[in-house]
Design a protein around this ligand. Sequence first.
Ligand code: ADP
Length: 251
Amino acid sequence: MTPQPGLCLRDVSFRYGSRQALRAVSVTVEPGQFCALLGPNGAGKSTLFGLMTGLFTTREGSICVAGHDLARNPRAALAQIGVVFQQPTLDLDLTVRRNLLYFAALHGLSGREAERRAAAALERLGMAERAAELVRSLNGGHRRRMEIARALIHRPSVLLLDEPTVGLDAAARMAITDHVHDLAAEGLSILWATHLTDEVRDGDSLAILHQGRILCHGPAAHLRGAEPLRDLFLRLTAPGDSAGQTDGGNT
Ligand code: ADP
């Protein structure tokens, strides 16, 4: 039996009324892969996240998570997804620990198991001694790390992050990007939406989304060849070049 991809989107289309936001989007993320979904503002990244997390539904195309079809078996599919949205959603007036426990309870984890997982998550982040502090006292980088830990508390196999470095300084951005690459190396399937080419590494899988279409999808190093990724991205997404393609294939 061939192993299931962590995340498999096939020909997903979506419209807001008469506005077509996504057109036959296909993206695959294997376990252990960090896939950057790179697109300028308005490309359709957040819409895709809304579909993958069940916020919107579509009849056009399919979304499978760890082998579970989201339309046919949403409970099993969503149980395998952890998500970090663009806008922070931590409760600033609860403690670090309480924020994690609250989320664990939402996933039906028992008190003792929730405590155990929250403690392990904080240990891993090097934040064990800050468990009793209010989230309000943490800096932006620590808050984002906490959101990632919270998104993983039910042990999903896929982690979705929608522009997770918005508002962070350069050092914090680098630290979060490193941290999420470490999570991929541990076997998670990562889909990281961004409009910043400097967040994409040569070892990543890359999908460039523009005007609701995937223009290319494959290993980042292969897609860019000898060209800096920034140049490729600007070339493909230049105004009036909505049909841009590379020969990188659509893996
Ligand atoms: P991104 O996250 O890449 O910036 P979005 O998914 O937010 O892109 O938007 C994709 C397209 O869908 C854009 O043209 C945007 O204007 C449009 N759009 C997004 N949300 C809505 C909405 N609620 N109603 C109508 N159009 C929308």
